[in-house]
Design a binder for this molecule. Structure first.
Ligand SMILES: C[S@@+](CC[C@H](N)C(=O)[O-])C[C@H]1O[C@@H](n2cnc3c(N)ncnc32)[C@H](O)[C@@H]1O
Length: 219
């Protein structure tokens, strides 16, 4: 069976996948600049702090893996690293290199309850339709083992960069939503513990601000 047949055979929610933004991400992953080689430094730091010893049982999921920039890092910390994304081109050009990669769309995930010790959901949730985001948060919780953690970002309402991207940039005609800190925290209030951080940067020569809430939530 070819690699592609394996990816699509495993994907049991392909035909009912939400379409919001999917075409836009598929186009994005045909551009050479979509390739990102290096992990976000916040992910590097959290994994070093929380999962410093590689353990032969631990399982991680890169949810919305994109160009797969976090997969080598996750594999350094976890014995089993899985990847999924709803973009066929993310899988075709990048994350599909990982044998366990599959196409899946939040707010539904094709994994059993309590499958993972760690889920990374970096830069993904704010692209979902507003009504789906609480279900996505519950779905992430369902897929975590008791005591498992999700590390995620949600775009902050202080961000001025994303609207520009949606109006005229790489994500033209896409949908996204910005969150206040209180809204971001409320989405994950069913978790036993949530730790909060904030990232902001102004790219050189740009007037726009990139701002994300960063949450580390334990089931
Ligand atoms: C900004 S990129 C982030 C990629 C990667 N996490 C990273 O940090 O480089 C957002 C990713 O989320 C994926 N995505 C958006 N909505 C999704 C959904 N409903 N289900 C699964 N993946 C989704 C997109 O295809 C894209 O790869």
């Amino acid at each position: 069976m070819t690699k592609w047949a394996k990816i699509f055979r495993k994907c049991n929610n392909y035909y009912k996948m939400p379409q919001t933004n999917r075409n836009i991400w598929d186009i994005h992953y045909t551009r050479p600049r979509a390739s990102q080689l290096y992990p976000d430094e916040n992910v590097v730091r959290i994994l070093k702090k929380e999962f410093s010893m590689k353990n032969s049982c631990l399982r991680a999921l890169d949810l919305g893996a994109g160009s797969g920039r976090h997969l080598p890092l996750l594999s350094e910390h976890f014995a089993h690293t899985h990847a999924c994304d709803f973009s066929a081109n993310s899988l075709k050009h990048y994350a599909g290199e990982y044998p366990s990669a599959l196409q899946a769309a939040l707010p539904e995930l094709p994994y059993a309850d309590a499958s993972f010790d760690f889920i990374l959901c970096w830069g993904v949730l704010h692209y979902l339709p507003k009504a789906s985001i609480p279900s996505a948060a519950m779905e992430i919780r369902r897929c975590l083992k008791p005591g498992g953690q999700v590390f995620l970002t949600l775009r902050s309402d202080n961000d001025t960069h994303l609207q520009h991207q949606l109006a005229a940039g790489d994500l033209k005609d896409g949908h996204a939503r910005l969150f206040s800190k209180a809204e971001a925290l409320a989405l994950f209030d069913t978790f036993a513990q949530t730790r909060y951080g904030y990232i902001t940067r102004q790219p050189v020569s740009e007037e726009y601000l990139v701002a994300h809430h960063m949450l580390l939530c334990q089931k």
